[in-house]
Design a protein. Structure first.
Length: 341
């Protein structure tokens, strides 16, 4: 069964064709990075207009690369939230028009559900239910227990900024560019020393929640102090300090969530999953505890539509098509939150 997946939740316009939730026939992601760099971040109105301009070309390219003409398509999966309302509406409207025109079923997918599925798009990776999953992106830092595709319990969440957002803000403050995650990553690799006195927010909070909004402030305070003390801290060392602080908190909370809930498989997805330091730290800790660790392939860690088509196939098989009047949602939680004792 060939599913066309569409994701326009944020800044990237993405379309992909995936067979039976498993085999990626094509995966096209179009981003106008130079526009977002120009504005120093995402401007919703700019993102929305770009989706309108590009959606048809991106879908046509995905179908062409997959060698799948419209009459070989069996269903359309599309992200309906969370994200920027205007952006989401472009994808959902396009998907519906196409599906109705061709008499195909549509399945509406939560963007986060797509991220949770992305580690299983690599060869031989099989989910064990229930398993523990961490999503770390520019918009989310969350831990889930995944009971089945379509059934999730939130174990923890960021109370303010996401981890990726912390990288983006620090990079912006240091004048290094956008998006900050990959830049902080590159700078950190060239560092001679770190910045070990940066805080590890909520490391010992005895729950699975995160808080990263204070990191940028801590960096600023540290740099002001350094200036007073006539000490120079290279940007590389600042980046390594921030990366180490974030990785330590993420690793510790993810391991605690998996161990406390007796879950023997742990996955990592979302844009920050592209980070080698984080992947390595989690792989090391998981191995020590006999937990199987799976990270999304780097190319599928950041936003894409293959993950939407992939999980969409399971949702369609389990629940059937989504109703046509279901609306887009800027905020869309993924399952109930487990209360912490
Ligand atoms: O999942 P994603 O593409 O979009 C959202 O749904 O947010 O994640 C984007 C985030 C950005 O904050 C970006 O700075 C971060 O992922 N990121 C990274 C790396 N590559 C992307 N963070 C750390 N290291 C990386 N290599
Ligand atoms: Zn995302």
């Amino acid at each position: 069964m060939n599913l066309l997946g569409i994701d326009t939740s944020f800044d990237d316009t993405a379309a992909a064709v995936v067979a039976d939730g498993r085999t990626i026939l094509s995966n096209v992601v179009s981003s106008r990075l130079e526009l977002h760099e120009h504005f120093g971040g995402i401007v919703p109105e700019v993102a929305f207009r770009e989706h309108v301009l590009r959606i048809q070309t991106v879908v046509e390219e995905a179908l062409a690369r997959a060698n799948t003409p419209l009459d070989k398509l069996d269903a359309v999966a599309v992200t309906y939230g969370p994200g920027l309302l205007g952006s989401l509406m472009v994808g959902v409207s396009f998907a519906r028009a196409l599906a109705v025109g061709r008499g195909l079923p549509t399945v509406l997918v939560n963007h986060l559900e797509g991220h949770l599925y992305s580690p299983f798009l690599s060869d031989g990776a099989e989910p064990r239910f229930p398993h523990c999953a961490m999503i770390v992106s520019g918009g989310h830092t969350s831990l889930y227990r995944v009971e089945a595709w379509g059934k999730y319990t939130m174990l923890g969440n960021s109370r303010d900024d996401a981890a990726g957002e912390a990288f983006d803000k620090v990079a912006k403050f240091l004048g290094l560019g956008y998006p900050g995650g990959p830049i902080v990553d590159q700078y950190a690799q060239r560092a001679k020393a770190g910045l070990p006195d940066l805080p590890r927010p909520m490391l010992h909070s005895d729950d699975y929640d995160f808080s990263f909004s204070g990191l940028k402030t801590a960096v600023i305070a540290r740099l002001v102090k350094a200036e007073k003390d006539r000490e120079t801290i290279p940007a590389e060392d600042v980046c390594r300090g921030v990366l180490e602080a974030v990785v330590e908190v993420l690793t510790s909370k993810a391991m605690a969530a998996a161990l406390d809930h007796g879950l023997s498989q742990l996955t990592l997805s979302g844009g920050v999953a592209a980070n080698a330091t984080l992947r390595d730290a989690l792989a090391r800790e998981a191995e020590k505890q006999g937990i199987e660790f799976l990270a999304a392939p780097r190319t599928l860690a950041t936003d894409n539509a293959a993950m939407i088509a992939g999980v969409g196939w399971h949702l369609l098989s389990a629940r059937g098509p989504s109703p046509l009047d279901q609306d887009v949602m800027a905020r869309l939680p993924l399952g109930p939150r487990e209360s912490h004792p």
